[in-house]
Design a protein around this ligand. Sequence first.
Ligand SMILES: Cc1cc2nc3c(=O)[nH]c(=O)nc-3n(C[C@H](O)[C@H](O)[C@H](O)COP(=O)(O)OP(=O)(O)OC[C@H]3O[C@@H](n4cnc5c(N)ncnc54)[C@H](O)[C@@H]3O)c2cc1C
Length: 433
Amino acid sequence: MNITILGAGLSGISLAYFLQDRDDIEHIDIIEKDDDIAGLCRSIRKDGYTYDIGPHILFSKDKEMLELMLSVLDAKNDLKRSNQIIYKGRWVQYPFENDLSKLPKDDLDYCVSMFKANPYRGYEPKNMLQFFLKTFGEGITNTYLRPYNEKIWKYDPSFMDTQMVERIPQPTDEEIMRSASGETVDGYVHQLYFHFPSEGGIEAVPKGFARKLTEKCTIHLNEEVSEVWKTEDGSFGIRTNSENEYVSDRLISTIPIQALNTAYKAAPSSVVEHVNDLKYNSIIIAFVKTKEDLSGDNFAFMNPEKDIIFHRISKMDFLGDAYKSDSATYMVEVTYRKGDYTDQLNEEELKHRISDGMVRVGFAKELADTTFINITRHEYAYVIYDLKHKENMTAIRDYYKAEGIDLNGRFGNFEYWNMDKVLREAKNMAESF
Ligand SMILES: Cc1cc2nc3c(=O)[nH]c(=O)nc-3n(C[C@H](O)[C@H](O)[C@H](O)COP(=O)(O)OP(=O)(O)OC[C@H]3O[C@@H](n4cnc5c(N)ncnc54)[C@H](O)[C@@H]3O)c2cc1C
């Protein structure tokens, strides 16, 4: 049997890696639209700097997949998280609820009193906002969780379901009191320590897997899938923008479900409607340099304030010697959706809003202290678990399963998956083939 995998991101490459040793598979074609592999794990090189599409760190509760990712690297840096939330000019150590004493007195009292006298505890949460109110109380929700989540998702949390947050533990009264009295407690400890490739950015992970592919696998670059169809004998035909055609016994798609559905002309209008109803965010990544280093030995800074355009800034110098600069370099993230306010900002307006944000958070003394090295836009960044996600994806998956097309990957299967989960799902699929 021969197999075609659409997309050469981490999913596509790792699927080939997990499948290639099977005796019943003769050949695997991987078809990729870009001029290189790695997709969202691609690292950008500009003016001697290397940075990723958003800060990618290697951590996982799934130790087997974490070890596997680390095993394909030449060398790694072992790092300890040092993340801050910038709130009203103060630095509150992440996660917010574990460092409440850094808040101004009024905000501290609001957070603590509403945590203790929380009228929402007895409810079964039906959406993300209700989950926050039940778990953290009105104070912590309105001070940080709600504005930050609105900013990153560009979506009201009362229209998002609980899939992403339902595993967050409820802090105890004792933990909140310790945090309010000045003790900084490390939270979300599974991501307290993390790893990063010593060189080459996060791309070193998919490139490491690609190096392990045997001659059974062929990666075809600059080949954008434009049409997919089923032949009479049940195999699949694939045509690309360069008019090349491939025929395959089995087909796995890791390209965004929107791209597959456009190419699969046989999809009925009901499936097209479900695909069009899926919500996702795009992302602007600005790589900037400042005149001097005003952010200390920290990595990521979250910002819930509405008048600052970015929700997160990450300091690249933190990641190791290969990423250090002579002052400070940052990756700034701004999410948007097609046609929204941010999408309509032109390059100059965007740069002005980012430079202004850098001054407001205190990383630059004046606008001219921020220099832009590069700005890129990436259409598919975050899956949004809106209230219709489950219904839409169930209908889409059922249809493609019946057609014999396997869906995998973050946007291929339309789930908020990190690299560890992407690998786990690729392994699961390969084992069930
Ligand atoms: C801002 C941000 C931060 C992140 N941080 C972390 C982190 O800290 N830790 C972590 O573990 N994970 C992180 N992730 C998640 C991680 O990037 C993904 O889990 C992983 O890269 C998904 O791989 P994939 O192969 O499923 O998808 P993709 O990387 O999207 O791969 C899909 C591939 O399909 C190709 N393609 C698309 N359309 C076509 C077409 N028509 N024809 C042919 N090819 C096509 C694309 O070019 C791409 O190469 C982050 C993601 C983002 C956006």
